[in-house]
Write a protein that binds this ligand. Sequence first.
Ligand code: V47
Length: 385
Amino acid sequence: MPETAPSAVRARQHDFQTDDQRLLAMREKVDAGERLNAKDALDLYRSPDILAVGWLANLVRERLHGDRTYFNVNRHINPTNVCVAACRLCAFGRKKDAPGAYTMALDEAFETAASGYSEAVTEFHIVGGLHPDLPLQYFLDLISGLKSRFPQVHLKAFTMVEIAYLARRAKLSNEETLRRFKQAGLDSLPGGGAEIFADRVRHIICDHKIDGDEWLETARMAHKMGLRSNATMLYGHVENDEDRADHLLKLRALQDETGGFQTFIPLAFHPDNTALRHLPRTTGMLDIRNVAVSRLVLDNFPHVKAYWQMLTPKIAQIALRFGADDIDGTVIEEKIYHDAGATTPQGMRRQELMRLICEAGREPVERDTLYRPVLREEATFSVSV
Ligand code: V47
C-alpha cells in the first residue's frame, strides 16, 4: 500500500472558470484571504456552478493542508440509547421501556472499549442519549474508568447537549460539570447536538434540546477551560440557506473569540425511522456543496471533515477535492446513522481508509484527536515452531 498518492491519480490543476459573476468576485476575495460575508455564503449555496464553488474551496483546502488528508483510529462507544428528548431528527433514542432500549453497565462499557482495540485505537468517541435516571457520577466513573484502563487513548466525549442535561439533573452549572469531567479525564468534546441554531428549525427537529445560544455558550466555557471541541451542522431537513449561513457565521464568530474548535463536520440528515421519514434523503450534490461552503465560510476552522459513515466512502472521497481534509476514522461500531438507515459499513480498517485517500490523489496522515501525526511501527510477528 503506497503511503502517497500514485502520480497517475493526481488531479491536474486547472484554471478557474465560471459564468457566475458572483463567484468571479468571490475568487478575488478568496485569493486575497479576505473574509466572506453572509451574502457570499448565500451566493455559494445558490450558485449553479458547483464545480467553481468546489474549485474555490479546494484552493483554501490546499493552501492550509496541501494534499494531506487526516484520519484516525477510533472507536465509538454509545453507553445508552435511552433518551428523554424524542427529537424528530433522531432514530437512535428510545424511551426507557421501549423495545431495543439499552444501557451499558460500566463494566460492559469498558469491555466494549476493549473490543476492537487490536488496531491500537487512539480515540474513544463517546456520546449517548439523555437518560432520565443515570446520575452524573455514572458518566464521571465512565470517564475515569476508561482513563485508568486506557491511559494513552484520548477521550472525546459528550455533546454540549449532554453536558447541559447532566448539569441540570445534578443541579450544577454547565461550567462546573465540564470542570468535573475534565478532572475525571475528559480530553475534548465532539461536535454533535448543534444541528441548526435557528429557533424556528430547532422547534421542528429537536424541540427539547438546549437552544443554539446555550450550545454556543457551553462550547465557549469548554474552550476557555482548555478543552477543545468540534462543531457540526445537520442539513437536508427543514432548514433553508439562510439558516445554514447563520449557523456557520455564529460558529465563526465564536471561533474568533476562543480558537477552541478543531474541526467542522457537516452532517447529512438521514430520515429513515425518524419522525421526519417523509423527507427525501440528501443528494450527493447537496453533500458536496455543504462541504465546500463550510470550507470557504469557516476561514478560522483548521479542519473540515467529510465523515465517511454519513456521506458514504464514495462521496467522502469526492469531498476531499471540494474542501475537506479529514475523513474521520475506523469507528468500528456506528449506531446513530445506522438506526436512521445508513447502509455504510459499521467500521473500516486503517488500510481501507488509506486506500480511499490515496485513490482520491491525496496523502493519508494518521492523526490523533489533536491532529498530531501518529507514527506506527510496521507490525512484527513471530512464528512458533
Ligand atoms: O448531533 C442524529 C446527528 C449527531 C441523525 O465530533 C443525525 O468528530 C443524520 O455529532 N440523520 C451525532 N444525523 C454525530 C456527531 C459526530 C459524528 C462524527 C464525528 C463527530 C466529531 C461528531 O448525529 C447528532 C445529530 O446531529 N444525527 N440523528 C439522523 N437521523
